[in-house]
Every structure is written in C-alpha cells, then in structure tokens.
Design a protein around this ligand. Structure first.
Ligand SMILES: [Zn+2]
Length: 472
C-alpha cells in the first residue's frame, strides 16, 4: 500500500484525497486535495463551479494527533462569490467554518472540556483555554437542537455568576427533563423578558411550519390546567407565537396561533423578585414557585453572618486563641450535619456546649432545612413555617429577623413547591453542576462560550467522541 493511500485511510477525512506526506521533527504534514470540482460557500449550502479569481489560499488545520506526532493537514483552496455571503475562501467538508482544526479534533476537545478540568484538557490537546472556548462555541452551534423550547410546562429560572465581578448568566431549566434548555448573558427582569421574547417569537422572524397533527403527540399529555393554551398571552402581540395545537390523531382543525408562554404551569426561582415580575407579565397563569435550596442558602448565609459577627467580637475582646479556633469551625457550622467529618462533628458539639448566639443561629438554620424534608404534607409544611417565623421574629439576631421577613413574603411560593411536588433534589443537583461548569468556563473569552459549555454539559445534547460519531 502506498503511503498516501495509507494516510487517506488512516485520517479518514471526508471529501479529500492525500497528495503527499512529510515528516518534520515534531509533526507530520499531510497535504490533501478536495475531491469535488465545485466550490462550496463556507457559511451556507451554495455551491458553484466558478472561481472568483485565480488566487490560491493555502490553509492549515490541526488534526487528531498520530501517536506522539502532531498532525497538520494542508490544502490549497480557491475563492468563490456567494450571492448571500460575498467573496470567501471555499469551505471544506472536514472542518467547521473559521476553524483551524479538523472537525474530529474539535469534537474531541469539546468532549474533554465537558468531562474534565481545564489543565487536563489544555495539556492533552496542546492548545490554550481561550482556544478551547472558541472550539466549544463552534461545536455547540452544530449540536444545539433548534427546537429547544417546545413542551415546557414547569421551568426554573436562575442566574449564575460568570467571571469575577458583576457578570451573570441567566439559565432556564426544564424540571421534567432536568436539563438546561436556554440561557443568556445578564440577569433579572431583562433576561427573563429576553427568554419570553424567544419563546414566542415576533412574526417578522421565520416561524416553524404548521405541524402534521397526527405526527405530533405530546410526550406528556397536557393536564387540565393547560388544556386551553390557545388563548392569547397578554404580552404576545397578535400574529406572534407559534403555529400549532394539541390535537388528537385524525382530528382536523385550523392550526391556531398560540403563545407558548401560556402553557407554563409553574416557574421556580429565587426570592430576589426580578424574574417574578417578568413571569407575572408574560405568563400570568403560571404559579411562581420558590426553589427550596435558595431558602436554605439564605438561612446558611444568615448563620454565616452571625458566626462572623461573633468571631469579630472575640477578636476585639483580645481572645486570640478562641477566635482562631472559632474561625476554623466555619464548615462544621455551615455544612449539613449528615455530611460532617468526625472532626467537624466534634467541633460542632463543642460549639453547642459553649452556648451563646452561634448555636442558636445554627438550630434556626436546621429548622429551615427541616421544612424541606421529603414526604411532608402541605399542611405540615405550613405549620412548620408558622413555627419557624415565630421563632425567627423572637431571635434578636438581625440576619434571622430579616430572613423571617423574606420567608413570610414568599410563603405562597414555598408552599407551592411542595404542592406541585417539583423535584427539589434534582433542581439543586442541576444548579450545583451548572455552578461547577461555569467556574470552569471563567477563562473563556465570551459569555457565549461559557453558555455553550453549560448547554453541552447540562443541556439536551452531549458531545460525542470522533469514533462515536463520524463528523458530518
Ligand atoms: Zn453563502
């Protein structure tokens, strides 16, 4: 077998044949030529036989390593004029538009970035983290399903800090699928409004065609509360929304325009209020639910405030030894008691024995956690909240009095979580995973790259390795 034939089989790059192979000290250079005569626009499906000019464009891509060798793919390309996109260097079937890497290489990097940490990915792929961010964006654009926002009934909306400083991503999760379905740069009411605008696109944008009634049986049958989604949504103008309807097989009616916002049954969120305002405006029928873990997080924060205050008092009183010891007790106090190490458990017991305001604050935090124990009835939870509120208001600890006020204000939302039985453990697990991934994405160049990494790890699709999925 000739060397070129062997490399052609080995690299398996679609649409090309290998002209030459050259070994350099640190790399293998493979020169390829396109099989097709036509020139293909890199941005769309337009193709033509006409070259724009005689000019050549020599391009280089990095391919999957061959053993220890770095692989470079070289090709000489031509220019074309696309009626839509103008003059461009022709696209190649083995790499994405604008990429300096082959599709296989990018698929591998995307898989690594979703599975392992920054250092391992960079070292294995021999590229820097910003480049990983750009690869993630390109892979995401290929993979993310177009129709991500259909069949949403119970969703969560939450923000996550992205980079240091006041930068945030807002993410929409689907409670039923336990996945992130949408995200944007920014937070608060504006971000939620952006979501609703995309949920029910204005008529100027191309709308999906009317669906075949029989082919579209909903995965979950619509429930009584959402059997009438055809009514207009107060903020969706006439003509906007999505064409479609819940139809039984064989039933024919005119396809109706309906606002997908009007199908939402519940929206869960934290207690800051910005998202609630947007939901009340766009989906007034949806119940606003407070995610339990946000309430527990607030209680933990209040406890931490009391702890810090006490520590400062000890320091000011000049008790160096006690203040040092007390500083180390932070995790013993803040962690869930069932997760404590033996040493932390001992520390906690010692704190209780010492008495004072910190153990008192701790027991109130645990009281908040107890409200969200599984298998309690709505009635029981309601009674527990009453007891908790009474205790908090008498606590004489400012952070906890404040916490009591917040809980009182959001009581309906907290009870709604229990009544609708939205899986809190799953929502919290998703939230924790998102936080971890966003921290990994801190070094990326753009919020979009961070968002895409979230979609690829916690969203509806996951990247596949080159051998699992041939690059299309
Ligand atoms: Zn084009």
């Amino acid at each position: 077998m000739r060397v070129c034939t062997a490399f052609c089989r080995l690299l398996d790059l679609p649409g090309v044949w290998v002209r030459s192979v050259r070994f350099e000290p640190d790399r293998v250079v493979v020169t390829v030529a396109l099989r097709r005569r036509c020139l293909q626009c890199p941005k769309c499906s337009y193709s033509t036989r006409d070259r724009e000019n005689k000019q050549h464009h020599d391009s280089v891509w990095r391919g999957l390593d061959l053993g220890r060798w770095r692989l470079e793919v070289h090709a000489r390309l031509r220019r074309l004029r696309c009626p839509v996109h103008g003059v461009h260097v022709e696209g190649v079937p083995f790499a994405r538009d604008g990429a300096r890497f082959t599709g296989d290489f990018e698929n591998l990097v995307a898989w690594l970035a979703t599975k392992t940490d920054k250092t391992a990915t960079c070292r294995l792929a021999r590229i820097d983290w910003k480049t990983v961010g750009r690869i993630i964006e390109r892979v995401g654009e290929d993979l993310l399903p177009e129709e991500r926002l259909k069949d949403l009934f119970e969703i969560s909306i939450d923000e996550v800090a992205w980079r240091k400083g006041q930068k945030y991503l807002t993410l929409i999760g689907d409670h039923r699928r336990g996945r992130v379905v949408w995200g944007c740069d920014g937070k608060g009411k504006a971000a939620a409004d952006e979501f609703f605008a995309e949920l029910d696109p204005p008529p100027s944008e191309p709308r999906e065609p009317a669906r075949e009634p029989a082919a579209r049986e909903p995965r979950y049958p619509p429930e009584p509360g959402i059997m009438v989604p055809f009514g207009p949504c107060p903020t969706v103008p006439a003509g906007a929304g999505v064409v479609g309807a819940w139809l039984q097989a064989g039933v024919e009616i005119e396809p109706a325009l309906f606002a997908r916002a009007s199908k939402l049954r519940a929206v869960s969120m934290d207690m800051t209020g910005g998202y609630a305002a947007s939901v009340r405006a766009h989906a007034p029928q949806a119940t606003i639910v407070i995610d339990n873990y946000h309430v527990v997080a607030l209680a933990t924060k209040a406890l931490d405030e009391v702890r810090r205050e006490y520590w400062n008092e000890l320091r000011q009183a000049g008790d160096q030894h006690a203040s040092k010891q007390f500083k180390d007790s932070r995790w013993a106090l803040l962690k869930n008691p069932e997760d404590l190490t033996e040493r932390q458990a001992t520390t906690l017991a010692a704190l209780h024995a010492a008495g004072g305001k910190v153990p008192r604050a701790w027991s109130m935090k645990e009281m908040v956690r107890a409200i969200f124990a599984p298998d309690l009835s709505v009635q029981t939870v309601s009674e527990l909240i009453d007891r908790l509120l009474a205790r908090l208001s008498r606590s004489r600890l400012k952070p906890f009095i404040r916490l009591g006020r917040t809980i009182r204000k959001h009581r309906q939302g907290i009870l709604a979580a229990r009544r609708l039985n939205l899986s809190n453990a799953r929502a919290e697990a998703l939230n924790n995973k998102v936080k971890l991934i966003v921290r990994r994405a801190y070094g990326f160049h753009s919020a979009n790259a961070a968002l895409t990494l979230v979609h690829l790890t916690c969203g509806l699709v996951t990247p596949k390795l080159p051998h699992e999925q041939a690059f299309a």
